[in-house]
Design a protein around this ligand. Structure first.
Ligand SMILES: Nc1ncnc2c1ncn2[C@@H]1O[C@H](COP(=O)(O)OP(=O)(O)OP(=O)(O)O)[C@@H](O)[C@H]1O
Ligand SMILES: [Mg+2]
Length: 369
């Protein structure tokens, strides 16, 4: 049954039930009074007309009240329903920009329904926009991967042809060509491994093995390992630990090492000075420890800085340069740090150097007294 019909029926009932009851009761009293009048042998003809006037006035007042109340309820229900209907039709047609006007009072159930509906539309819109954004990112990803795989493959093909055609005509040349092929194949292997890891991390398929880690011990081990590697590359390394010996964090040691290696790896990769240097500082900042990795490399242009943690983002200079890479490194780093409940950011000055910062919450023993 339509809302309108239901309201009309209620309107009728509101109006006629009291009138009917009033008529029955008044009729009864009228008869009693007529009998009394008859007994007193005084007949009063105006009593009858007065009775009808009263009944008619009551009827008129009831009619107006019921009419006003019904219209008021009808309007307050039907107006938001019509709006909702229009908004739902728009969503059905795929128009997620249609905004529902909310002008009811707070606490009104239909107004709350409209607010929820508007929230739903906003979420749907955000999801749709995110989907479009992801699709375009995926397209960029495919073209980046194609580009990054094509470069070493072209080189491998070229050097293999060189060997087959006899261009590499001395054992030294053959050796050099084979080594280049090997290093290009390694490059591809690293890229594919990074991609696999990224997709696992992105879809939360990496089970973290969180453990209590002593900050001082962990980072001094880490730095020792990095130092040896950097020595080969002719880059100096200094380590400053400002946290107390007892400070502990909860982290996955393997993934945290990946974070440090990735950042230091970038510092080494983008080093453009003969006296390259990396400073690693561990600081105590209240509830967190802050790790700072500073280099005196080529720096990041201000226009690239906000995007370096985005997946597959590489500065123009990096993309066009000979340095390999796909721009996944820092996005993996960011994801790992965020999965540890931390934050990462960077400051940089072109031609001067870069500082990467990340914070991880300290572990505090809960003492039950
Ligand atoms: N220490 C740094 N010095 C200068 N530029 C940097 C530094 N670290 C990052 N960048 C810039 O940020 C970009 C993104 O870094 P990221 O590690 O995500 O990717 P990548 O090093 O290019 O590739 P990948 O790490 O996947 O091999 C780099 O391409 C580079 O332009
Ligand atoms: Mg990198």
């Amino acid at each position: 049954m339509k809302l309108k019909s239901k309201l009309l029926i209620s309107f009728g009932i509101i109006l006629f039930v009291p009138i009917f009851m009033a008529a029955v009761i008044s009729g009864f009293f009228f008869r009693v009074q007529v009998e009394e009048v008859a007994e007193n042998i005084v007949f009063r003809p105006d009593v009858k007309s007065l009775f009808f006037e009263i009944v008619f006035s009551i009827f008129l007042i009831l009619l107006l009240t019921a009419l006003l109340l019904t219209m008021w309820i009808y309007q307050s229900i039907i107006t938001p329903i019509r709006k909702l209907q229009k908004a739902a039709d728009n969503i059905k047609e795929g128009n997620l920009d249609f905004q529902l006007e909310i002008d009811g009072s707070e606490g009104d159930e239909l107004n709350e329904l409209c607010v929820s509906f508007e929230d739903m539309r906003r979420r749907l819109k955000e999801n749709a926009e995110e989907k479009i954004h992801n699709e375009s990112e995926n397209k960029t990803l495919i073209s980046n991967i194609a580009h990054d795989l094509k470069t070493p493959i072209t080189a491998i093909k070229g050097y293999a042809e060189g060997i087959m055609d006899g261009v590499a005509n001395t054992p030294e040349k053959v050796d050099k060509y084979v080594r280049t092929i090997y290093s290009k194949a390694n490059e591809m292997d690293t890229l594919i491994n990074e991609l696999t890891l990224y997709s696992k991390i992105d879809t939360n398929r990496i089970p973290y093995n969180f453990a209590k880690i002593n900050v001082g011990e962990y980072f001094s081990d880490c730095v020792e390992e990095i130092g040896m590697d950097l020595e080969h590359k002719g880059i100096g390394l200094a380590y400053y630990n400002y946290v107390e010996d007892s400070v502990v964090i909860i982290a996955d040691p393997e993934q945290l090492r990946r974070v440090v290696n990735n950042i230091v790896g970038n510092s080494a990769k983008y080093m453009n000075k003969p006296n390259g240097f990396i400073n690693i500082r561990i600081k105590d900042v209240g509830d967190f420890i802050q790790v700072e990795i500073e280099d005196n490399g080529k720096g990041i242009p201000a226009k690239d800085l906000p995007y370096i943690f985005d997946r597959f983002y590489r500065g123009d200079a990096s993309r066009n340069s000979a340095t390999g890479g796909s721009g996944i490194g820092l996005s993996i780093v960011k994801k790992i740090i965020e999965d540890h409940g931390g934050k990462i950011w960077a400051t940089s000055k072109e031609d001067t150097g870069t500082i990467m910062y990340f914070v991880i919450r300290k572990y505090q023993e809960v003492i039950n007294e």
